[in-house]
Design a protein around this ligand. Structure first.
Ligand SMILES: [Zn+2]
Length: 425
């Protein structure tokens, strides 16, 4: 093992600042509590939108989406209105491990599939499709299979067989911890990053179990966090004095009350139209469309010259933006305001990929979850999920206070990325 200071990054996907603090205070996560007591602990702003597929690329590159080019879980193929799923190949900025002089071990970071050759080990996270394209070097495949390593849980099971889903969540966590132990011991690494993603899955499906101590899965929920705390305890026991430990999340979570279908509102208000008799999906959008939304609530003006059947001229764009802002800022459901904030792209993004950015991004108010699906027949509905992502609500916890001296007062995910880069390069 090298004598150089090492950097260890632990990601807890979706865990809000308030939840981590509550679990530390209540003794659910005693090791985390000790790190908070002796280290630096702050709320952190998620990405906009507050989804893993944008937040993690911002953390691993230290750049905003205008520079790294990932604006959401789905995107549109230019000139086609067809969906595509951006992946690691589309990331336009360097992940921190490419700047590191020593070896890096990177495990389960979302949006890093497919892996590519690097100095060290990379096992990609959500969404990873093919196991062989998720592991570098390939010589590790055998060992990972022996450990029963799983790239992800099968979230579909949560809809039909909750007990099986929970078994899956638990087995994935156990295997992830075993894989980390194996890699920790068998590589001479300088930086080690491990992300736990079962937390996000549990909060989507079992937020009610978290809030209700009488819920039959309440203890499972707490046990999952206790097991993660034990893994953190194991890691801290192996640290030497100069090592840096950074623990962080990518966005927050809260109780979901209603799903709100943004495109339904756009269609009913005349902003979005489909070809006569055609299914309501992007490829069938008619040229009368002035604006449409991609998940979760990224609004694009259907601009001439930018989209295949663009209808809004440059001259009409600002009036269209103002109309959309008016529409969404006045939207109420059950007597409550739905939209907390509307961002214009130039206010939140900067960089060479600004042209690919959504024109507006909506941030939902408490309890509302915004969706970009086009097929919904109603504006709002109660879906199968009980928890939803929130902004700002992420957290950053660092064992060594000195490292955070230059951090801004209200740090965001890109600041965390810059902090990681300064530690490893
Ligand atoms: Zn996430």
């Amino acid at each position: 093992m090298s004598a150089n200071p090492r950097t260890i990054i632990i990601g807890l996907d979706g865990v809000p600042f308030g939840m981590l603090k509550a679990f530390a205070d209540a003794g659910v996560m005693p090791c985390t509590r000790a790190i908070i007591r002796d280290g630096f602990f702050t709320p952190m702003q998620s990405s906009i939108p507050e989804v893993s597929s944008v937040a993690w690329p911002s953390i691993i590159t230290g750049h905003n989406p205008g520079q790294h080019g990932i604006f959401g879980f789905v995107d549109m193929i230019p000139d086609s209105y067809k969906f595509r799923f951006p992946n690691f190949k589309d990331l336009k900025a360097e992940p921190f491990w490419n700047l590191c002089s020593g070896q890096a071990v990177i495990v389960n970071v979302p949006s890093t599939y497919p892996v590519r050759p690097m100095n060290g080990v990379h096992i990609s996270g959500f969404v990873s499709i093919d196991f062989e394209k998720s592991v570098y070097p390939q010589s590790l495949l055998l060992e990972l299979r022996k450990l029963d390593y799983r790239l992800d849980v099968d979230a579909r099971k949560a809809h039909t067989a909750m007990d099986e889903f929970l078994q899956d969540v638990d087995k994935s966590l156990t295997a992830r911890i075993k894989a980390h132990q194996f890699l920790w011991d068998n590589y001479d690494w300088q930086v080690f990053m491990l992300v736990f993603t079962g937390t996000d899955r549990l909060m989507h499906f079992l937020w009610d179990a978290y809030e209700d101590p009488a819920h039959k899965h309440h203890d499972f929920f707490l046990d999952h966090f206790k097991k993660i705390d034990q893994a953190i305890a194991e890691i801290t026991a192996k640290l030497t004095a100069p090592d840096s430990l950074i623990i962080l999340s990518d966005h927050g979570f809260e109780k979901l009350e209603k799903e709100v279908y943004v495109n339904h509102l756009l269609a009913s208000e005349g902003f979005l139209a489909f070809e006569q008799g055609a299914e309501p999906k992007p490829v069938n959008m008619a040229s009368a469309t002035k604006a449409f939304a991609l998940d979760p609530a990224r609004l694009y003006i259907n601009q001439k010259g930018k989209f295949q059947a663009g209808s809004v001229s440059e001259a009409d764009k600002s009036a269209c933006l103002a109309d959309l802002e008016q529409l969404f800022s006045s939207l109420e459901i059950d007597g409550r305001k739905v939209i907390k904030h509307i961002y214009r792209k130039q206010d939140i993004y900067a960089g060479p990929h600004l042209n690919s950015a959504p024109d507006l991004v909506l941030l939902a108010d408490t309890g509302f979850n915004l969706k970009g699906a086009m097929t919904s027949k109603q504006l709002a509905a109660k879906g199968p999920f009980t928890g939803k992502h929130t902004y700002p609500d992420a957290f950053l916890l660092v064992n060594n206070k000195d490292l955070t001296a230059d951090l801004s007062e209200n740090p965001c995910v890109t600041d965390a990325g810059k902090l990681i880069k300064s530690c490893v390069s």
